[in-house]
Design a protein around this ligand. Structure first.
Ligand code: ATP
Ligand code: MG
Length: 176
């Protein structure tokens, strides 16, 4: 099938951005598309994200960069996080060259941008240089205007209520 890949952004302050991206990965695998899932600022040693394991079982290649965020690790040097995010950028460029995948998910890359570990032009460069047939998905709250403009699809998930507000902590199997 001839396909043209688009750019999708899942943003907003409500729950469901990462789970939407995971859902898309599952759907794509159901049609045997080749999927690569890259996450930023998530520490699987700490949280054991259920989605990473199950995606691997479905044949998705899963990679993580800048796993420790200063929000949880005060001792981390932001310069090191930037360096790791830039390694993620190099990794993405390699993926572009390899042309191995149909779908590339960059989970929380918008957080790298929001928190100043990546520059806007660096992320825009990734959007701009996307291979034509690759579907690219970016997630994270706070997507800036220029990213929104370049994307073909933008969903903003709006928080109406979240159990966190009444003190219910992230639950295994539901939030991670
Ligand atoms: P999910 O991974 O559940 O799809 P998300 O990707 O939309 O959520 P993030 O902004 O990545 O949400 O949030 C990281 C963590 O905070 C997740 O565990 C998520 O469930 C939780 N979360 C999402 N929205 C809210 C909210 N409005 N208030 C508090 N916690 C939230
Ligand atoms: Mg998320």
């Amino acid at each position: 099938m001839e396909r043209k890949g688009l750019i999708q952004v899942y943003t907003g302050d409500g729950k469901g951005k990462t789970t939407a991206a995971v859902g898309l990965a599952v759907r794509a695998r159901g049609h045997n598309l080749k999927v690569c899932y890259v996450y930023f600022h998530k520490d699987p040693e700490k949280w054991e994200y259920g989605e990473h394991r199950v995606l691997e079982k479905l044949g998705v290649d899963v990679f993580g960069f800048a796993k420790k965020h200063p929000h949880f690790h005060k001792e981390i040097d932001p310069a090191d996080i930037r360096k790791e995010c830039l390694e993620g950028m190099e990794f993405i460029k390699r993926i572009y060259q390899e042309k191995k995948y149909d779908v590339l998910i960059l989970d929380e890359i918008i957080i790298s941008l929001r928190d100043g570990f990546l520059k806007e032009e660096e992320v825009l460069g990734i959007l701009d240089s996307k291979p034509e047939d690759l579907e690219l998905i970016l997630t994270g709250r706070g997507a800036p205007e220029k990213i929104i403009k370049m994307a073909d699809l933008v969903s903003e998930i709006k928080n109406i209520k979240h159990p966190f507000d009444k003190g219910i902590k992230g639950r295994e199997g539901i939030e991670y």
